[in-house]
Design a protein. Structure first.
Lengths: 64, 214
């Protein structure tokens, strides 16, 4: 396997990337807001099917 | 934040520039490839590079000319040959676009006027020996068809000066892209992520997340 290729190119800023991709500054703000919302989003509740059975639940069905 | 007009201009579009951060992505555009498509965007952006794809090619221009021009503007190209099988819908034909564009990149790297480095990715080991035996002796990066496998192989292929790019960082960017995709598709009114507008949004979002992780 060949050695990894070293990348020395300067890392472009968000605005440089946006300009290059034809994304408007307004849309960049919207995407930044979307990112913030995703970060602040509460983790989804566990689905009932994956709920851990409590010992009480196990006891309820035991002996039936 | 620095105003955009004060930033040094990127020399990305000029062929012949060794500092160009562009990566030409030669990928299949189909639903079964969606996860890897997002993973390529996440991985490339994590390395501080800018993915470019033929999705943005306007219909008015001759497609082949535009592909060549896009490729020439990029310092690197990634070619994924993992979906070389026959298409499901009739007539049954192999997909020649990816190997064809790989051939163009090899030619540009060999005879072009600018430095160009190309990488080949596959999901199955040894398959290229059968599908494209001319690549014998070339390192093919096997990603096993999974985003995590792709991140592992990107780490094998690239190293970034002064910045450690881990598989975990790439996975974080990928997860954000996955979560944001419905909202981006909704706004663009696009049924799939293989649209120019969606691609551009994903690249900028990946860049934002990459900044956020540092």
């Amino acid at each position: 396997m060949r050695r990894p290729v070293q990348i020395d190119a300067p890392i472009p800023t968000v605005h440089q990337v946006a300009r290059m991709m034809g994304v408007s500054p307004k849309r960049v703000k919207e995407l930044a807001k979307l990112l913030e919302n995703l970060k602040n989003r509460k983790p989804a509740r566990r689905h009932d099917a994956t709920r851990v059975r409590t010992s009480a639940a196990r006891n309820r069905t035991r002996g039936r | 934040m620095t105003p955009p007009e004060l930033e040094p201009p990127l020399r990305e579009t000029a062929p012949g520039d060794a500092d160009s951060p562009g990566v030409f992505l030669n990928l299949p555009y189909d639903d079964a490839f969606q996860d890897l498509y997002l993973a390529y965007i996440a991985g490339v952006c994590a390395f501080g590079l800018i993915p470019k794809a033929t999705l943005g090619i306007p219909g008015s221009e001759r497609r082949l000319e535009r592909i060549l021009s896009l490729m020439q503007s990029c310092r690197y190209s990634f070619h994924d040959l993992s979906r070389v099988q026959l298409a499901d819908n009739p007539p049954l034909t192999p997909r020649f676009n990816m190997p064809f564009e790989l051939g163009m990149a090899v030619g540009w790297a060999r005879w072009g006027t600018a430095p160009h480095t190309w990488f080949v990715f596959e999901s199955q080991k040894w398959r290229t020996l059968k599908s494209l035996s001319d690549l014998g002796g070339t390192d093919v990066y096997i990603h096993d068809g999974t985003p995590r496998g792709l991140f592992r192989e990107l780490s094998n292929a690239l190293v970034r000066t002064g910045r450690q790019i881990t598989v975990q960082k790439m996975e974080t960017i990928y997860m954000v892209l996955q979560q944001a995709l419905p909202a981006i598709l909704h706004r663009a009114g696009a049924p799939s992520p293989f649209a120019a507008r969606v691609f551009a949004d994903l690249v900028v979002l990946a860049r934002l997340v990459s900044d956020d992780l540092l």
